[in-house]
Design a protein around this ligand. Sequence first.
Ligand code: ZN
Length: 157
Amino acid sequence: MELRAYFEKYSDEATCIEELKNKRLENGLLCRKCGHDEHSFRQNDLKFQCRKCGSRTSLRSGTVMENSNLPIRYWMICIELMTLSHRRMSILKIQYLLGHKRYEPIWLMVQKIRLVMKIRDEKYRLRAYSEFDPEFLQKIDKLAMQKKKQKLNDGEM
Ligand SMILES: [Zn+2]
């Protein structure tokens, strides 16, 4: 797939919200409260709602995007670039292609995706949009912040 095609596939945030919603439902979303597997989706606040008990789960929660303010579009483009294209790209290039002003959030996003891929790859291929347990995500956040500190101390950013 041409590089440009990834950006065209995920051309706007609404498309990406729809895509992420579908991917999470395909992966099998279970209600954390009652374990039921049927959910409706609330467009106004981007939450899944359990059809049985009414409990709500946000679209990003449990995924690698959980603690990020970056658009879902950035994440989806990056995840596909890094997992499907087998292309090793510089973070500067990704930042440039996304058209984002600041380097740091993009750097952090890429580190998190790399960490998730690396840790997951030890057992099986990454299912990028699957739900991870909170401990796993905390570990990823912590490792990414550690890497950030090291990097800042090295003066590379
Ligand atoms: Zn429920």
